[in-house]
Design a protein around this ligand. Structure first.
Ligand SMILES: [Zn+2]
Length: 398
């Protein structure tokens, strides 16, 4: 058993490597001095970590940057194509995969539909997708990262429960590792999305971030002290099924009053349809209706006050939850992603105003609530980031 002191030193080294890798990935080309400034590490620590990374071929000097008076600083960057990463998103209705470099750039994509497949059939589809990506990869990739819906124990590499895939206690990482011979990491899709924004989003380094995905479902990924926080049973960030309103709308989890019954796209679409068609004639919204966003946006853009009110109410309910999270975790960077962000500033303002109302003013003053910077590949990128930080960040520190 490692002594506490040794474990702490090891953790600190790993943490430092991750901080420097992240500064290089998100902000590079960058000088050692700027890395130190942006990460709050000492110059000596930054130099030590850079030397470690250089020995592994993971950082390169690319010449001198502009001088600010003294000697011009040497700029560093990650050699973008030094390693290839495979990032996969197991979503509702399809599996999508990408070959990603160390800077988060995608060179190739593959996609297969699930068409209602679940259980072993869905798993075979995922394996087929991986086979295709491995054929395309120019060299053996560093490994495979997977983001999937459901409760995922990332340390164990196990999908504990994914409802629409009918996966329960599936040892996904072990199974794919023995098939591909590569390291495999698995995370929940919202948590993977959080890692993508954290690693490749170019946000100024801080100690933590909450990324909330607001689409047909609502889930958050929480980064604390530069690590994905999963909680005691892997469910950290499952905010969609926290009861926040006194309505009698039945949620897909079987209960009423969940955040998803008011703030999700599915809920907003359902309520807008009820305005348009009357409550009895409206079609029952399905959880994976591709037309829901366009239909809701069209109705919203007509300027109808009732429709506008539905969207604002959705934003407020989410904002209340953001306020609770800021109060509970004291994390000041909140990033919103997902289809509901298409409603733009009025929705975002409603989120901000309500968050401010429900959080302690002292905590909220320095809180930034903004939109994500990555596109529709975000889960694949996050799965790749999970792989990258786990394999490179940790192995270099040993
Ligand atoms: Zn629910």
């Amino acid at each position: 058993m490692r002594s506490l002191t040794k474990a702490t030193h090891q953790d600190t080294r790993e943490h430092n490597v991750r901080l420097v890798m992240r500064a290089l990935a998100g902000l590079g080309p960058i000088s050692r001095a700027d890395i130190a400034r942006r990460t709050d590490l000492t110059r000596t620590t930054v130099s030590d970590v850079v030397n470690q990374l250089a020995a592994a071929g993971l950082v390169q000097e690319i010449g001198r940057g502009p001088s600010s008076g003294g000697k011009a600083p040497i700029l560093l960057q990650i050699p973008r194509d030094a390693r290839q990463l495979i990032g996969v998103h197991v979503g509702e209705g399809q599996v999508r995969g990408a070959i990603v470099n160390l800077a988060g750039e995608i060179s190739h994509r593959e996609q297969l539909t699930l068409e209602g497949r679940d259980g072993d059939d869905a798993l075979h589809r995922l394996e087929e997708l991986l086979d295709r990506l491995l054929v395309v990869a120019a060299q053996p990739p560093l490994g495979v990262g997977i983001g999937t819906s459901g409760l995922v124990d990332t340390n164990a590499g196990t999908v504990r429960w994914a409802v629409h895939l009918d996966w329960r206690d599936l040892h996904l990482a072990a199974r794919l590792r023995s098939r591909t011979g590569l390291p495999v990491y698995v995370a929940n899709d919202s948590q993977a999305a959080a890692l993508a924004e954290w690693t490749f989003g170019g946000h100024t380094p801080a100690r933590g971030m909450i990324v909330i995905k607001v689409g047909n479902g609502i889930g958050a990924g929480i980064i604390i002290d530069d690590r994905l926080y999963q909680g005691d049973s892997s469910g950290a960030g499952e905010i969609g099924h926290v009861s926040v309103v006194a309505n009698d709308v039945r949620c897909r989890c079987g209960r009423t009053g969940c955040l998803e019954t008011i703030a999700s796209l599915r809920a907003v679409d359902g309520r807008i349809q009820a305005v348009a068609h009357g409550p009895d004639e409206r079609p029952e919204p399905s959880s994976n209706d591709p037309g829901a966003l366009e239909r809701s946006l069209d109705a919203y853009l007509t300027g109808d006050e009732q429709v506008r009110g539905i969207v604002i109410e959705a934003g407020r309910a989410l904002g209340r939850m953001v306020g609770y999270l800021v109060g509970a975790l004291d994390i000041h960077d909140i990033v919103l992603i997902g289809s509901m962000t298409a409603f733009g500033d009025p929705w975002l303002d409603a989120v901000r105003n309500e968050a401010q109302r429900s959080a302690l003013p002292l905590l909220f003053d320095s809180t930034r609530i903004g939109l994500g910077r990555l596109g529709s590949d975000i889960v694949e990128l996050g799965a790749a980031a999970l792989l990258m930080t786990a394999e490179l960040g940790l192995s270099q520190a040993a």
